[in-house]
Design a protein around this ligand. Structure first.
Ligand SMILES: Cc1cc2nc3c(=O)[nH]c(=O)nc-3n(C[C@H](O)[C@H](O)[C@H](O)COP(=O)(O)OP(=O)(O)OC[C@H]3O[C@@H](n4cnc5c(N)ncnc54)[C@H](O)[C@@H]3O)c2cc1C
Length: 395
């Protein structure tokens, strides 16, 4: 039986572990945390991410937890429309999913061929010719035909195999929360819960996950919001951070004030936004009779402006699983590299264009941006939708 070691039990690692196990591989999943713990936030999945999950046979699980998002346009903080909502066909629109629901669905897909080992921090990788690839935690070596590095932005495996890829700050921080459905504020009739608002270096997006079980039978429900602001994360405690957010976003269109007021500081997740620059020179490394691949944020961490990080991780997993069904190792590792690098580079290019627009500050630059946004944003958002539409799972 073919064996794989997957490093990292995030969305990417869970998705690929289940996919390999369902194809008959014996999988060992190594996670440094003492248990697999999702963030208490939500994730937007564009059609490419949804297609990838369906290709991984996780469609039914997804349908039970996903809430479709309408096209809600983009507004300025003064309420003026930068991009009006449009009639977009449902198949081009994203869905929003509570991350805890998604983790449950991915864990349910692991089956009994995945040996999950928590509390194991991988520190070394062996990629010597003639030997099977392996990773070690300082006490044990875990050897397999295939090693999948899904260990996130600070990937230890990537640092050793592709040290040229650097982790840099994207120049902004993000705050997110899900307000549980039973604490969701009642909004004035006709106020959209969903939508995106763009200000000078500030952005706020919100999406309704509905009531518990309302969209999909197993969904937790609630209202998800994410705020990004140029600059570094704040050192203050969550209560003070929430106070700052209320000040920064004061006077923005409803429901921004209402959502910030209804957020419990304990539910606030703050994060510095970081990315890989440059990207690794390779995503696949043939080693002896097998190989090592980079997957998810370990391969292409990027700012969340297009909501594509997890979608790409699922694309990676679906592509790898399909290639491993078609070809033998290490050919599949080479084919994975050829297929995934151009795709990730294209999405990262679009994301960087979006970063440049979103982080515009200064009065003149802002005026120019606002004058141009009416045309730039539909084009940019169009290309984001195109990025999402482009990808098809390998047959
Ligand atoms: C603010 C924000 C909003 C986002 N919104 C979206 C969105 O709406 N849509 C979207 O598609 N994407 C979004 N993303 C991106 C998405 O969250 C990530 O791309 C995705 O979660 C990456 O998953 P991963 O499994 O590759 O990495 P991670 O989730 O980072 O998982 C890595 C795992 O590896 C473990 N690990 C790390 N090092 C080791 C080690 N040495 N040994 C063992 N285990 C290790 C970690 O503990 C972790 O469990 C967003 C990101 C941010 C920051």
């Amino acid at each position: 039986m073919r064996t794989a070691v997957v490093v990292g039990g995030g969305l990417g690692g869970l998705a690929v572990s289940g996919a390999l196990a369902r194809s008959g591989w014996q999988v060992t999943l190594l996670e440094r945390a003492d248990r697999i713990r999702p963030e208490p936030t939500a994730v937007v999945l564009w059609p490419n991410g949804v297609r990838a999950l369906r290709a991984l046979d996780l469609g039914a699980g997804l349908d039970a937890i996903a809430t479709p998002l309408p096209d809600s346009g983009v507004r300025r903080p003064d309420g003026h429309w930068l991009v009006q909502p449009r009639q977009t066909p449902a198949e081009r629109l994203p869905v929003v999913v509570h991350r805890e629901d998604l983790h449950d669905a991915l864990i349910a897909g692991l089956g009994d061929r995945v040996e999950l080992r928590t509390g194991v921090t991988v520190r070394t990788v062996r990629a010597a010719s003639g030997l099977r690839p392996a990773v070690g935690d300082g006490r044990h070596m875990f050897e397999a035909d295939l090693v999948v590095a899904a260990d996130g932005t600070d990937s230890v495996v990537r640092r050793q195999l592709a040290p040229e890829a650097g982790v840099v700050s994207s120049g902004c921080a993000a705050w997110r929360a899900v307000i549980p459905w039973y604490r969701a504020p009642s909004l004035p009739a006709g106020e959209p819960v969903v939508g995106e608002i763009l200000g000078a270096g500030y952005r706020f997006v919100a999406a309704s996950l509905g009531e518990r079980g309302s969209s999909g039978a197993s969904s937790r429900g609630g209202i998800y919001w994410m705020a990004t602001a140029a600059g570094a994360p704040r050192p203050e405690p969550p209560e003070t951070q929430l106070g700052l957010l209320r000040r920064w976003y004061a006077g923005w269109p409803a429901p921004v004030d209402e959502l910030l007021a209804a957020t419990d500081p304990a539910d606030l997740v703050q994060q510095e936004i970081r990315e890989l620059r440059p990207l690794p020179r390779a995503y696949g490394f043939p080693v002896g009779p097998g190989g090592v691949v980079l997957l998810g944020d370990a391969a292409h961490a990027m700012p969340p402006h297009l909501g594509q990080g997890a979608c790409l991780a699922f694309e990676d997993a679906a592509t790898l699983a399909a290639l491993l069904r078609e070809s033998r190792l290490p050919d599949a590792v080479v084919a994975y590299d050829r297929s995934r690098r151009p795709r990730a580079a294209a999405v990262v290019r679009q994301t960087r264009r979006m970063s440049a627009v979103l982080q515009t500050r200064g009065r003149l630059a802002l005026r120019a941006r606002d004058a141009a946004l009416g045309t730039i944003t539909p084009r940019l958002l169009g290309s984001a939708a195109a990025v999402a539409a482009q990808w098809r799972p390998p047959s």
